[in-house]
Design a protein around this ligand. Structure first.
Ligand SMILES: Cc1cc2nc3c(=O)[nH]c(=O)nc-3n(C[C@H](O)[C@H](O)[C@H](O)COP(=O)(O)OP(=O)(O)OC[C@H]3O[C@@H](n4cnc5c(N)ncnc54)[C@H](O)[C@@H]3O)c2cc1C
Length: 451
C-alpha cells in the first residue's frame, strides 16, 4: 500500500531508513534544512551500531576518519575509584569495538550513501499542516513544501516520517505529549586540541562523576570532545554563559583541569532531552529516532537508537508489507513496543551509573594479579561482571531480561556499603560550596580564548 515515503530530517535516523527503503524499491525523498550547527552531539558510537553500519555499507568509509573505540571508563571526580570496561565480542554478532565519529563527516557519508541508492534530497525546512476530517492522514506537507518537492496538491506522499530529532515536528503540531525522564539536565560541550587523554584503552570514552553532575571526554582524531552535564542551578553557579560554565567546571574539577589545551570550537548547549513520545504513529505518519524519544547521553546510546529505530521500522513494517490496515497497525504496534523496550532497558542501566552502583561495584571487583589462579572466586567473579557489563553497555545484551536480572542480583549481593554508594552517585547538589572569586568571568574568558 505504501509506494512513496517522505522523510523529514536527514540525520542518522532519516538517512538510514531512506537507505533501507531504497533497497526495497520504495520511492523515498528526504527533506533536510541543512541547518546543522558546526558541532553536533552524538560523537561516540556503541558496538551494537556496527552491524547496522555494515548493513548500510559504510563501515570502511567511517573507519577512515574516526577513532576506534574499544571501551569506556567511569571514574570518580577525585580520579579514584575508576572502572574500565572493555568491549567483548558477543555471540549475536556485535563486535568488540565501535567508533568515535566526527559527526558532520559521519552524517555526510550516510547522506551520500542514501543518494547513491537513489534517494532524493530536498534542501528545505519542511512544513506540515494538520488535516481535518481525513481518516487516512492526520498530517500532510504544506503547499509550499509540496511545491519545493515538485509535487502537486493531489500527490501527497503515502507516508510521512518525522525524523526531525529534537525539533519533534509532528508531535508539536499534533499536540502529542511525551513522558519525561527523571533528570532535567543541561549539557555544554566543545572541542579541544592538545587535551591530554585519560583513556586507558584505545579510543576509550571517559565519564567522570564531578562535584555536581558529570562529564564526558571523547577522543576524536586530532581533538577531544569534552562535555559537562548538570542541572540548572549548578549550571548557573558556574557562570552566565555556556563558555564560562564549561571552562569553570573544567578548571574546578581536578580530573578535568589540565595544562596547555585550547578550545577550538564554539561551546554548544543542549537541555531537557530525556523524553519518550506517548504515541509512535498515527494515520499516515510515524516517528523515528530522536523525534520518537531520547534516553540520556550517559553511555552514548543515541545514534545507535536512531539507526536501530530505522532498522526496526524496516524489519517490522516494510520487509513484509501488510495488505490490510489492521495488519499494518499490528506491525506498527510491534515497532513502537520494541522502541519502548529499548528505552526502558537503557533507562534501567543508566540509572545504575547515576546512582553510584556501577562505580561501587567496580571498586569492589576483587584485586587480581598474575598469580591469582583462574579458578579462584575473585577471577571468576571478575570475568563474570566484566562480561555482563560489556554486554549491557555495548548494546549487545541491553534488552536481555537475564542480563538485567544478573545486574540486579549482583548489585544486591555485593553492594552493602551505603556511604560509598552515596558518595559515588552523580549529585545534583554541589558537594562543596564554590569559591566564586576563583571562577573565570566573561572578560577573563575572552582573554584565554584569544591567547
Ligand atoms: C548532550 C547530548 C550528548 C549526546 N551524546 C551522544 C553520544 O556520545 N553518542 C550518541 O550516539 N548519541 C549521543 N547523543 C544523541 C544523538 O545526538 C542523537 O540521538 C542523534 O543525533 C539523533 O539522530 P536523529 O537522526 O534522530 O536526529 P538528528 O541527528 O537531530 O537529525 C535531525 C535532522 O532533521 C533536520 N530537521 C529538523 N527539522 C526539520 C524540518 N522541519 N525540515 C527539514 N529538516 C529538518 C535537522 O536539521 C537534522 O538534520 C547525545 C545527545 C545529547 C543531548
Amino acid at each position: 500500500m505504501i509506494k512513496n515515503v517522505a522523510i523529514i530530517g536527514g540525520g542518522p535516523a532519516g538517512c538510514a531508513l531512506a537507505c533501507f527503503l531504497a533497497e526495497r524499491s520504495i520511492e523515498c525523498m528526504i527533506f533536510d534544512d541543512n541547518k546543522r550547527p558546526a558541532l553536533i552531539v552524538g560523537e561516540s558510537l556503541i558496538p551494537a551500531a556496527i552491524p547496522i553500519i555494515r548493513r548500510l555499507g559504510i563501515e570502511q568509509e567511517i573507519a577512515k576518519f574516526s577513532e576506534l573505540k574499544k571501551g569506556a571508563g567511569l571514574r570518580h571526580g577525585s580520579g579514584s575509584p575508576r572502572v574500565d570496561f572493555e568491549f567483548q565480542k558477543s555471540a549475536n554478532g556485535t563486535p568488540d569495538y565501535a567508533y568515535n565519529i566526527p559527526r558532520a563527516q559521519f552524517d555526510a557519508v550516510l547522506r551520500k550513501r542514501a543518494q547513491t541508492l537513489g534517494v532524493r534530497f530536498i534542501e528545505h525546512r519542511a512544513k506540515v499542516v494538520a488535516t481535518k476530517d481525513n481518516s487516512e492522514r492526520d498530517v500532510q506537507l504544506s503547499d509550499e513544501s509540496l511545491a519545493v518537492a515538485g509535487l502537486s496538491r493531489a500527490r501527497q506522499p503515502d507516508l510521512l516520517i518525522d525524523a526531525t530529532g529534537r525539533k519533534r515536528l509532528f508531535s508539536k503540531l499534533l499536540g502529542i505529549e511525551a513522558d519525561h525522564g527523571p533528570r532535567n539536565d543541561i549539557a555544554h560541550f566543545a572541542h579541544f586540541e592538545n587535551y591530554q587523554s585519560d583513556s586507558a584503552i584505545p579510543g576509550q570514552i571517559v565519564i567522570s562523576v564531578l562535584d555536581c553532575g558529570w562529564s564526558w571526554q571523547i577522543p576524536l582524531p586530532g581533538r577531544t570532545s569534552v562535555g559537562v552535564v548538570f542541572n540548572n542551578s549548578a549550571a548557573q553557579s558556574y557562570g552566565n554563559t555556556a563558555a564560562e560554565r564549561l571552562e569553570n567546571v573544567m578548571q574546578h574539577n581536578p580530573v578535568l583541569s589540565k595544562q596547555g589545551f585550547q578550545r577550538v570550537s564554539e561551546v554548544m548547549t543542549y537541555s531537557n532531552y530525556q523524553l519518550l513520545s506517548k504515541l509512535g504513529y498515527g494515520n499516515g505518519w510515524i516517528l523515528l529516532g530522536d523525534a520518537f524519544g531520547f534516553v540520556d547521553p550517559m553511555l552514548s546510546p543515541g545514534v545507535f537508537m536512531s539507526l536501530e529505530s530505522a532498522r526496526l521500522l524496516d524489519e517490522r513494517v516494510f520487509k513484509n508489507r501488510a495488505s490490510t490496515q489492521p495488519q499494518l497497525e499490528l506491525q506498527l504496534d510491534q515497532y513502537v513496543q520494541e522502541m519502548r523496550q529499548w528505552h526502558k532497558a537503557w533507562s534501567f542501566l543508566i540509572e545504575h551509573f547515576y546512582d553510584g552502583r556501577i562505580l561501587t561495584l567496580g571498586e569492589m571487583r576483587p584485586r587480581i594479579d598474575d598469580t591469582t589462579p583462574w579458578y579462584s572466586f575473585g577471577r571468576l567473579a571478575d570475568r563474570f561482571i566484566g562480561r555482563l557489563l560489556s554486554r549491557l553497555i555495548s548494546g549487545a545484551g541491553t534488552r536481555s531480561k537475564f542480563n538485567q536480572a544478573m545486574l540486579t542480583y549482583t548489585c544486591q549481593f555485593m553492594l552493602w556499603d551505603l556511604d560509598k554508594l552515596n558518595s559515588y552517585k552523580v549529585k545534583t547538589e554541589m558537594r562543596a560550596s564554590l569559591d566564586e572569586s576563583a571562577l573565570i568571568n566573561s572578560a577573563e574568558k575572552s582573554d584565554q580564548v584569544a591567547a
